[in-house]
Design a protein around this ligand. Structure first.
Ligand code: ADE
Length: 226
């Protein structure tokens, strides 16, 4: 899968994909992430990418031409399944969206800044708008990093244990059960006895029960969706 990210602050996206699982996904050739500096497509001597909004009002608006030029350049090189704008007024991201997007081949993510982007970019190019939650960040870069991570880890072969993404919280609308590692007794804080029993089926039942109890306590809304 290939993901092209359009950003006015590309440095913000240097680290998130350079470590751990995202790094491994790229090294294995399963994921390709390209970050494009929008400034390089800016207008005039100063590579202008934003301007005052028509009608007045505080805050600069990202201009149409630099974004259009870059998107059209990318589109001339390959076909994109979706062009996604990261914005707080988009669809709130859920695991199901990540699952669906992980099946795509090529995606463009557009990171907004300032007051927003010229509405015509949305009209002409954007096929999906995604929010990572009901709060406003100063730009779309961190949301884009969240989206890439949530998709990238689902690509077949990225996680060592192929099945482990399936057991994540939210995959079946249940939160994950508690997990423990050594020592079994930390200053009197003992792990649940069942986990030392070696009884696979009982352990599985215990985990299912814990998932359910945790979901009922913390996110009863998820149980209503089941
Ligand atoms: N840009 C600013 N805030 C955002 C959010 N919550 N989700 C996606 N993009 C954003």
């Amino acid at each position: 899968m290939r993901i092209d990210i359009i950003s006015a602050v590309p440095d913000l996206l240097q680290s998130p994909f350079a470590h751990s699982i995202m790094q491994r996904a790229q090294q294995k050739g399963l994921l390709e992430v390209k970050v494009h500096n929008l400034r390089a497509y800016g207008l005039g001597k100063h590579n202008k990418i934003d301007d005052y909004q028509f009608g007045g009002g505080a805050g600069m608006v990202m201009m149409i031409e630099p974004i259009a030029t870059l998107i059209e350049k990318l589109q001339s090189e390959r076909k994109y399944d979706d062009i996604i704008y990261m914005t707080p007024d988009g669809k709130r991201l859920e695991q199901g969206d990540c699952n669906q997007l992980s099946l795509k081949k090529n995606l463009i993510l557009l990171c907004g800044h300032y007051k927003g982007i010229d509405e015509r970019i949305r009209d002409i190019y954007i096929t999906k708008e995604i929010s990572i939650g009901d709060y406003v960040l100063s730009g779309g870069e961190l949301p884009a990093a969240v989206l890439v991570d949530s998709i990238g880890r689902l690509l077949p072969g990225v996680l060592n244990d192929e099945s482990s993404a399936l057991f994540d919280s939210f995959q079946d609308n249940l939160l994950a059960p508690p997990v423990y590692t050594r020592p079994a007794d930390y200053k009197g804080h003992k792990i649940p006895e069942i986990l030392l029993s070696g009884h696979k089926k009982k352990i599985e039942e215990w985990r299912d029960e814990q998932s359910y109890l945790r979901t009922a306590e913390r996110r009863p809304d998820l149980l209503e969706e089941n």
